[in-house]
Every structure is written in C-alpha cells, then in structure tokens.
Design a protein around this ligand. Structure first.
Ligand code: SF4
Ligand code: SF4
Length: 143
C-alpha cells in the first residue's frame, strides 16, 4: 500500500488509557486463531472455552463478544473499569488503534479520529513516520 504523504513528519499521539476506543457503537474487534489462543492462555482457560464464552462468528471470522451498556452503547467484553483484562494479549486491531487506514487517509480523517480519542492531541509526543507505517502494516481490516 502506498502511504499518504501528509503525515511524513509524524503525528502526535499518546494513549491516556481512557478506555473510550473499547466502547461505543456496536462493532467488531476481529480475532485470529492465534490471538484467541494467546488471550485464552492469558486468562488461563482452554481455547474451546474461550471461544464459547468470548467469541462470535461472522463471515467466517471471529470477533470478540460485546456487552450492551445502554441504547446504542456497547463495550468490549474485556473492558473492566477502563482496563483491558487481556491487555498483554490484546488483538492486533486494538494494538494498532488509532493507526487504522481510515483514520490516516487525510488530515481531516485524523482530526475526526481525535474527536473520539483524547490521546491524539498537540501536546502528545511525536510518533515518527516509520513507526506509523509499521503499525498500519500490522493492521487488520476493520469491518
Ligand atoms: S481512545 Fe485513545 S487515548 Fe483513549 S484508550 Fe483508546 S487509544 Fe487510548
Ligand atoms: S480486547 Fe482489550 S483493548 Fe481490545 S477492545 Fe477489548 S478491552 Fe479494548
């Protein structure tokens, strides 16, 4: 993929661990078989049990179960008091936020992402272009 030029100088971001990106409208955190196994190991449960309790299937893929908080407001099943219960083994989709292609298409899309992610702000440290490129390459398509 050709990387857009507009962030060649890097972008400012530092996660504040506010937990907001783990909640909101209903959506999908996609999980590979390897990621599911890593999360199961972190929780010290078997993979079949992990799949039964925490995964749902859609279009031949797995996604994490979400819990309904209120009308049109959901949270990831692993979000607990703003903390991720499987943080060390969290899926790539989580690890690479906010460096998703849709957030980096234009400067405008990055500014829009900042409305939902307080870690994107002018006081945050500069993340170099090379690191952004690396993170976007790790990313899983978001559905
Ligand atoms: S919304 Fe942004 S600052 Fe908050 S936890 Fe997610 S990545 Fe971190
Ligand atoms: S797995 Fe963890 S980081 Fe990913 S959405 Fe769920 S709570 Fe957030």
């Amino acid at each position: 993929m050709t990387q857009p030029d507009w962030y060649k100088e890097g972008l400012r971001f530092q996660c504040t661990e506010c937990g907001k990106c783990c909640m909101g409208k209903s959506g999908f955190v996609w999980v590979s078989e390897e990621e599911a196994a890593a999360m199961a190991a972190t929780l010290e449960i078997s993979l079949p049990l992990f799949k039964r309790k925490y995964l749902r299937q859609r279009d031949n893929r797995y996604a994490l179960v979400e819990k309904k908080i209120s009308e049109d407001n959901y949270a990831c099943i692993f979000l607990n008091d703003k903390k991720c219960l499987v943080y060390k083994a969290r899926p790539t989709q989580c690890r690479t936020f906010p460096w998703w292609k849709e957030n980096l298409t234009t400067e405008e899309s990055w500014k829009l992402a900042a409305n939902d992610c307080e870690g994107i702000n002018d006081d945050a440290p500069l993340v170099p272009y090379s690191q952004i490129v690396q993170l976007t390459r790790m990313n899983t398509p978001v559905g």
